[in-house]
Design a protein. Structure first.
Lengths: 180, 190
């Protein structure tokens, strides 16, 4: 017992060291989403493509799809656009855009200049739907399964490595889950 | 001189008061009309208590972030609609999770967060008490039958020191050489 007491400071040191070591590599800027495994919240919103017609979750694909929160003001969105363009060309997965707190005209210009990887662009100009999604800034990317349930979320820019290491496996997992 | 001292005292009180009640000088300015003062107070309190998910070290009332303004607008809407504070908290929690609360809920995950400080305090008291008790029970050296002296060592790692009669004589000699008044036999005193 007295031997144990002698080593107590060393034990405390190591416990603290482990916690702090882990803390070094924890990204506190990305919040875990509470919406994982919950259905995509309902909405009644316009789209860039269909004029004043209001769309709802029923207008979204019946298969797994990516929901990307973007804006023409958002520089990282420009960075990840080529990845989505490539995904569109290779027909990997349908990508739906949520044009977040943007102006319609700026959004259309942006898509014209940089390419449009989105099948559909839902307009959330007030940011109200973004709040329902727990969004706090573009870009954020959700993966929704065939039943309309959110299965995965990535906060921040997607680069090729993240696409290969995180998004593609998540897509595979969602597809596998849908078959069973 | 008396006046000077009074002025000094008064300014000191002012400084202390200023430090005691820090003014939130970074509050964002929104123009909202409230029906009652109570609604306005609730709005201020709620936007002070929720943390902005974007500028993570700011509350909603002081964050310049776009989403913070949106969330303040939602809080305003819910207050005007007559929703309770609990309903508003539930709204925030179901979208942004526990993160938005500056005052975390008591759950199995946060139990250490809530009671950790008390735990550490108790551990500190326990350690302190042990240290005091140990030093109080420090044994005085005892003279053994064969003329040697045992000095009980307080450290748990080192065994008690036994000085034989011969060593005691040598110690006395050394002490005498150094002209010190102490006699090793004094160690057995009391």
């Amino acid at each position: 017992m007295s031997k144990l007491k002698l080593f107590l400071p060393v034990i405390i040191f190591f416990v603290l060291a482990i916690f702090m070591w882990r803390g070094l590599y924890q990204d506190s800027r990305t919040l875990p989403s509470v919406l994982i495994d919950r259905p995509l919240p309902e909405f009644q919103l316009r789209s860039l493509e269909l004029g004043d017609q209001l769309l709802s979750t029923a207008d979204l694909p019946d298969e797994p799809f990516i929901l990307n929160i973007w804006g023409s003001y958002c520089l990282p969105c420009l960075q990840e656009n080529p990845i989505f363009m490539a995904a569109k060309d290779q027909q990997i997965i349908p990508i739906i855009g949520l044009n977040y707190k943007d102006r319609d005209e700026s959004a259309r210009n942006w898509l014209e200049i940089n390419g449009n990887p989105f099948e559909l662009n839902i307009i959330d100009d007030s940011g109200r739907y973004g709040i329902d999604l727990g969004v706090y800034g573009a870009p954020e990317t959700f993966l929704v399964d065939a039943n309309g349930v959110i299965r995965f979320k990535h906060i921040g820019v997607i680069n090729y490595q993240i696409w290969e290491d995180e998004i593609m496996p998540a897509i595979a997992a969602v597809r596998a889950g849908g078959d069973s | 001189m008396k006046l000077f001292e009074r002025m000094l005292g008064l300014s000191l009180v002012c400084v202390l008061l200023y430090l005691a009640f820090p003014v939130n000088s970074h509050a964002q300015v929104d123009v909202y009309d409230f029906e009652t003062v109570e609604q306005e107070q609730r709005f201020r309190q709620l936007s002070n208590e929720f943390r902005c998910p974007m500028c993570q070290n700011a509350n909603l009332s002081s964050s310049p972030g776009g989403v913070a303004a949106d969330l303040r607008r939602e809080i305003y809407r819910m207050i005007i609609e007559g929703q309770t504070d609990t309903q508003i908290e539930e709204f925030m929690l179901s979208r942004y999770g526990d993160f938005v609360l500056y005052r975390p809920r008591l759950t199995t995950q946060t139990i250490l967060l809530w009671f950790g400080p008390i735990l550490f305090l108790l551990a500190g008291i326990w350690i302190g008490w042990n240290v005091i008790r140990n030093s109080a029970s420090r044994k005085s050296p005892t003279r053994n039958g064969d003329g040697s002296v045992t000095v009980a060592n307080n450290s748990h790692a080192v065994a008690d020191v036994v000085i034989s009669a011969e060593e005691r004589k040598r110690l006395n000699r050394l002490l005498a050489e150094n002209d010190l008044p102490t006699n090793a036999n004094d160690m057995t005193g009391r």
